[in-house]
Design a protein around this ligand. Structure first.
Ligand code: TRH
Length: 378
């Protein structure tokens, strides 16, 4: 059975480990590979997968061997057929030296960040021979000639089954203190970085004609919201009322439970990379807060995604969606943009649903990765 090693350095937040864990799990479970995941920060990992024991040097979960990546590299692990360096995390130099001594040279890949920009397809899969080893750049993406997006084989089936089950009841269990919902209650999840637009948006929600149940996993936005609500702090498990809006503060959910939250809402605010992808698979309208980068390079990424995502939308819907995303990421007249966005609700719902089915046609990232390495191992 081919052996794969994935190296993950948690730069900040949860996206790096979120992506690496999904990939490792899928490679082991669906492609039956022997996978070792090296992670430098197990405490962050435990936040999205509570079974992880942060103090263990080695543990096994879902058929993946998880090893702590120590600051000082002391291991001499067995040779691996494939080595993945996630997001340019730089392999330990001692490990690199070991790789050079292995009798069969591994396929060494850098798994890159996701972008919808045009140049991605041209760079995907390019080799970069280094230190006598074959290194390749593997780019996730939205088109056939990229690596695709992470998605388990049964994802859309599980999503449909969840919606057919008593998902409303389960949503209620997430926040038992929420008042009873009515037929016109709208459900929104909010996962975001600190954001100047947040306060204006909440102010607009306050006067919403529909009751709003807003699910907020604990995190970066809480201090801002506490200030708006004149509270010294917000507490997990509590529900706060703000006009038409009830804000339910959730604990950090496991990745699988977070998926189910995304499937249970009418609109999802997401950020970074992994929640952004999962919200697309949810087939429900989403608003994306992109991870800010130096020199505003993230704005090019945002524009590229918007151009792609809105290409098939009627002009007015595309304009409303683009304007609200821009407000959310760069500021602007949030109330006016939100109102215009809400008017396109039905069209955006249909579009989000179709978008997920369209993405499913291009093949998933783990399968593309396996095919890519097989072609290089021949
Ligand atoms: O946490 P993020 O902002 O992560 C990142 C990092 O900043 C990273 O350095 C950067 O490179 C990348 O963005 C672009 O957002 P993201 O990518 O959505 O990752 C969040 C993960 O946390 C995702 O796997 C879903 C998971 N999650 C849970 O498991 N439970 C929760 O309750 C929530 C809100 C998220």
């Amino acid at each position: 059975m081919p052996t794969w090693s994935i190296f993950c350095r948690v730069v900040d937040n949860f996206g790096d480990i979120g992506v690496c864990w999904r990939l490792a799990r899928q490679l082991a479970n669906e492609h039956h590979l022997t996978v070792t995941l090296w992670v430098d920060d197990l405490a962050s990992f435990a936040q999205i997968r509570p079974e992880i024991e942060p103090d263990l040097a080695q543990q096994t979960l879902d058929a993946v061997t998880i090893k702590h990546w120590p600051t000082q590299w002391r291991d001499t692990p067995p040779a691996s057929d494939v080595v993945i360096e996630a997001f340019g995390c730089d392999l330990p130099s001692a490990y690199l030296a070991q790789m050079q001594q292995w009798p069969t040279k591994p396929i060494w890949l850098n798994l890159e960040y996701l972008s919808a920009e045009d140049w991605v397809a041209g760079c995907h899969g390019l080799p970069s021979p280094q230190m006598g080893l074959n290194k390749y750049f593997f780019f996730p993406g939205f088109s056939q000639n990229t690596g695709g997006l992470l998605a388990e084989r049964a994802l859309l089936t599980r999503r449909a089954q969840w919606r057919d089950s008593d998902s409303q009841q389960k949503r209620r269990q997430l926040a038992p203190l929420l008042p009873a919902e009515s037929a016109d209650t709208r459900f929104i999840s909010l996962f975001a970085y600190e954001n100047p637009a947040l306060i204006d948006w909440l102010s607009a929600l306050k006067d919403s004609p529909n009751p709003i149940h807003l699910f907020i996993p604990t995190g970066k936005v809480l201090p801002q919201i506490a200030q708006l609500l004149n509270q010294p702090a917000l507490y997990v498990g509590q529900v706060y009322q703000y006009g038409a809006c009830h804000l339910a503060i959730l604990p950090m959910l496991s990745q699988d439970d977070y998926d189910r939250l995304l499937w249970s809402c009418d609109l999802n605010f997401v950020r970074g990379e992994d929640s952004f992808v999962r919200a697309q698979w949810a087939g429900i309208p989403m608003v994306w807060q992109i991870y800010p980068q130096s020199e505003n390079t993230h704005l090019d990424k945002l524009a590229a995604f918007l151009a792609l995502y809105t290409a098939d939308l009627p002009t007015q819907s595309a304009a409303a969606l683009t304007a609200f995303y821009q407000c959310w990421n760069q500021g602007g007249d949030v109330a006016a943009c939100w109102s215009a966005y809400c008017q396109q609700r039905a069209i955006l719902q249909k579009h989000a649903k179709n978008w997920a089915f369209r993405l499913a046609e291009q093949g998933d990232l783990a399968t593309n990765l396996v095919k890519f390495t097989q072609s290089k191992l021949k």
